[in-house]
Each structure stands twice: as C-alpha cells, then as structure tokens.
Design a protein around this ligand. Structure first.
Ligand code: ADP
Ligand code: ZN
Ligand code: MG
Length: 488
C-alpha cells in the first residue's frame, strides 16, 4: 500500500515598517546610505543609552494587525532576546515575548483555481501572533575572508507575523504571502521590497499521513526572499520529507536553507545546535499601552482591504472574477477605477480600457497609475462619447493615445480634430451610394450570392470618412441598397 502524505506549513514573516526613523532612536531608516552613517549610542547599544519607543512604529504595527483580523493586546511587553552575533552590538534584540502586541488573527482569502465560473475558493488562515522588534545590522562578506559590518539597519522597526500551520500546499503559502505583501502595501506600512529585505519569510514545513491529526516533525527553511523561492523551496522540501518517510526514515527537526543554484534545500543546523535564546524583561521600556481612544483612532484609518474590495467589485460592478482581481491588485489602480465609474457608470467598459490600453501605455513608460496623464474623469468621458455614438470605437483608440500623450480631455481632442462620428443618415447616404456606384461589378457579385462583399463596401465607406462613419448605420444603409434594387 502506498501511503498518502499531506503537507503542513506555517510562516514566520518579518516586515520592515515604513517609518522615517528607527524604532528606539531618532536615526534615519533611509536605505542605501554610506555604511554606519545612521547610528547613535542607542542603536549601537552603548552603555547608558536609553531606548524611546517610536509612536509611528506602533501605529503601523497596530494597523497591520487590525487588517489581519487580530485581537490587539492593549498592554504588551518588551523583552530582550539575547544572543551573540557580530552585527548585533547590544548583544540582544528588543522584541516581544510573553505578551505580544497582537494575537489570534484570521484572514479570509479567495484562492485560485476557483469553481468552473472562475469564482475563487474562500479559505481562512489564522495568525498566531504579531509582535514588534528591532532589526539587527548587516554583515557583508567580502572576498579574501574579510567581513564588514554595516549598522545602519540596526534598530529599524520590524513586525514579526507568525501564522498558524494552516497551509496545506506550497501554492497556498505562496498565495498568502503575496496577499500579505499586497495588504501591507495597501496600508502603506511596508514597502514590500523582498530583494532589499524589507519583507522576509521563514517557512516551517512538515508532512503527515492523510487523515492524521498530529503534526509531523518540521523543518524550518530560512530567508526565502522571493515568492518563487518560497514556493520552490516548499515543493522541494515536501517531496524530500515524503521520500524520507516513505522509505522508512524519520525527519529530524532542523533549520535548512534554499540553495537556488542546486534547486534544493540543505541542512544548516539541527535542533541541538539551535540558538537557545534567553529572554529577559526589557528594563528600559515601560509596558506598551494602546488605550481605547488611540485604538479607535487607528481603527478609523483602515481602508477597505484588497480581498474585501475584490469581492465587492465582483458584486457591485458585475465584473468577471479575473477582472476584479486585476483592478484591486493595487490600491491606486482600484481608486482610479472607482473615480472613473463615479463619473460615468459603465464599469465593464472602463475596466477594459484600464486593463488593456491604459496598462499597456503605463508599462511602456514604466509608470505607475498615479503618474499617468489620463485623469479618471477623462477616461470616463471617452467611454461616454463611444456609448453615445459621438465617436466610433476605432477612433476612440486613437484618441486614447492622444489623451495619454497630451493629458487633454477626450471631448477637446474630438472637437479640435473634428473626429465626431458621422451618424446622420443624410451625410452618409451620399458616401454609401458613391461607393456602390464606383463598384458595379461587386454589387453584381453581392447579388449573385457573395454576401461577404458587404465587408468590402463597409471598409470603403470607412476609408472615405476617415473612420468616422457610424458602422451600424453604414451597414444598414448598404444593406437597404444592396438587398433592394438600388441601381448603380
Ligand atoms: P518553534 O518553537 O520551533 O519556533 P513554533 O511553535 O513557535 O515553533 O512555530 C513556529 C512556526 O512553525 C509557526 O508558524 C507554526 O505554525 C509553525 N509550525 C509549528 N509546528 C509545525 C509543524 N509540525 N509543521 C509545520 N509547521 C509548524
Ligand atoms: Zn540610533
Ligand atoms: Mg517559536
């Protein structure tokens, strides 16, 4: 009998908060400054220097925790997590241990692939805890066995988000991570830059026989700094553990690393060699108290979150699930959509322009929606002009490019360039009849059964009118003449 195994995964995520200064001192958090230029006695851990908690860091941490459905502990405590490391001058990290800032979160997430209609499957993932802590510095290993240390990062504010072991595949864990990143960006509490280390992830993974209730022994894969690495490392590690267990072996609890070159995880240290952290209460910091008024104020700053917004877009604007998803990826993009729909309620048409032409133009110039030149009301006006028959769909495409280049409104471009659609019968009859008269052989052809020639006539009329003729009217006028004995 072949035993079936099920993976069990929990994530520990560090997110750097977007404050201008560090968590316990006034030093700048700017990235990329000369090494060791942003330090002071507090973040260098010099004797006698006292930490002072940064209120902005608390604001951001609480907002992230609220958005992740957590309960906020209105009193939480700081602790010293002692360990030796060359880039940790204090000899300890200031973290939270026994009483963290937040606990017991729940995140509802729509996962792909959904049902046959493309609707996503809604899953719930729980957050175990979220706490505040300061970051360590950075060691730079140079050629020749020399190691430099840069302490600019020492004391930068972090939140650590620990999930419950609720993920049952590498894909689920990676989708959650992507959602978390999107959420932190929506809230503007983290820049989400995984390459620069502003968002880092450790993945805990074990496997167990399908149907078992106990968890298996886990391995922890450290420092997965891209979605691709996270997913590949988990897929590899799940396979490895299944193979070990299937061949009668056992998993040892250990820390592993993802080796991108070898496309495999490799053992780093076993449980026995693991850091045995010692936590002590932090004597220099008072308990953190977030009173009711402060908490209420922060609750008031939480915007509609991307998953809720995606679901609302589907319902309220009758959008395809994939379209609602694309529109809500980015907060500014979703805001743009709602501003345009507010100006003219044709959500599907507006969404199509945004996902098609607008995204293409923005990408071509490497711009973000916020610095594009077409205002949402202008896009709405363009859609309205098409819907009202003032311009043809084809001309609208050209106008769009002109709008994008000039920042002008659609109406002004139409007036200035005389692009209004010709929808008056009187104006079109003349052109239609002229086209028929200049092609008597094709008229005969059509009447002898080559109905496809209608397209040829439409094309000719469009050419004569520089694309401004109303195509429905052109069709109608041509058919009236071709089907009923109009004489050339
Ligand atoms: P540790 O004591 O090793 O730090 P924790 O219990 O604090 O372990 O859990 C750390 C992370 O590992 C959490 O995200 C948790 O959900 C996850 N986790 C714990 N046990 C397992 C397991 N057996 N398999 C997979 N993930 C696990
Ligand atoms: Zn400092
Ligand atoms: Mg732990």
């Amino acid at each position: 009998m072949v035993m079936q195994f099920e993976p069990v995964i929990g994530l520990e995520i560090h997110a750097q908060l977007l404050t201008r200064s560090k968590i316990f001192c006034g030093c700048s958090t700017a990235f990329g400054s000369p090494p060791n230029s942003q330090t002071c006695p507090v973040c260098l851990g010099l004797p006698g220097a006292l930490p002072v908690l940064n209120r902005q860091a608390v604001n951001m941490a609480v907002r992230a925790a609220l958005a992740l459905g957590c309960r906020i502990n209105q009193t939480s405590l700081f602790a010293r997590k002692n360990y030796f490391y060359p880039d940790l001058p204090k000899g300890y990290q200031i973290s939270q241990y026994e009483l963290p800032l937040a606990e017991q979160g729940v995140v509802e997430l729509g996962l792909q692939p959904g049902d046959e209609k493309g609707r996503k499957e809604i899953r719930r993932f729980r957050i175990h805890r979220i706490h505040l802590e300061d970051d360590a510095g950075k060691s730079i290993h140079a050629p020749g066995g020399v190691t430099y240390v840069d302490l600019n990062r020492t004391g930068v504010p972090l939140i650590e988000i620990v999930t419950e072991a609720d993920f049952r595949s590498a894909r689920e864990a990676a989708e959650f991570m992507a959602y978390l990143r999107q959420l932190l960006l929506y809230l503007q509490v983290c820049d989400g830059n995984m390459e620069e280390g502003s968002l880092r992830c450790d993945a805990n993974v074990s496997v167990r026989p399908v149907g078992a209730t106990e968890f298996g022994t886990k391995a922890e894969i450290k420092n997965l700094n891209s979605f691709r690495f996270l997913r590949r490392a988990l897929e590899y590690e799940i396979d490895r553990q299944v193979q070990v267990l299937s061949s009668g072996g056992r998993i040892v609890q250990e820390t592993r690393l993802w080796d991108e070159t070898g496309q495999k995880t490799v053992a780093m240290r076993s449980k026995e060699e693991a850091h045995d952290y010692r936590y002590f209460p932090e004597p220099d910091l008072l308990p953190l108290v977030v009173d009711d008024a402060w908490l209420d104020e922060l609750k008031g700053t939480i915007p509609e979150l991307p998953e809720a917004r995606r679901q609302r877009f589907e319902r309220e604007y009758a959008l395809e699930p994939s379209v609602a998803e694309l529109l809500t990826q980015d907060r500014a993009f979703a805001d743009y959509f709602e501003a345009a729909v507010g100006a003219y309620r044709e959500p599907i048409k507006i969404a199509n322009w945004m996902i098609g032409d607008l995204t293409r133009e923005l990408k071509r110039e490497g711009r973000h929606i916020g610095d594009g030149r077409i205002r949402p009301e202008h896009l709405a006006e363009l859609v309205r002009l098409v819907e009202e028959g003032a311009i043809s769909g084809k001309i609208a495409k050209d106008i769009f490019v002109k709008m994008y280049e000039s920042g002008e409104s659609a109406g002004r471009i139409v007036e200035a360039e005389g692009l209004r659609q010709i929808s008056s019968e009187a104006d079109l009859v003349e052109v239609v009849e002229r086209v028929l008269r200049s092609n008597p052989d094709k008229v005969v052809g059509y009447r002898s059964g080559k109905k496809g020639l209608l397209g040829f006539f439409v094309g000719q009329v469009m050419r004569e009118t520089k694309g401004q003729a109303n195509p429905q009217l052109v069709n109608q006028l041509l058919l009236e003449r071709l089907e009923n004995g109009f004489v050339c």
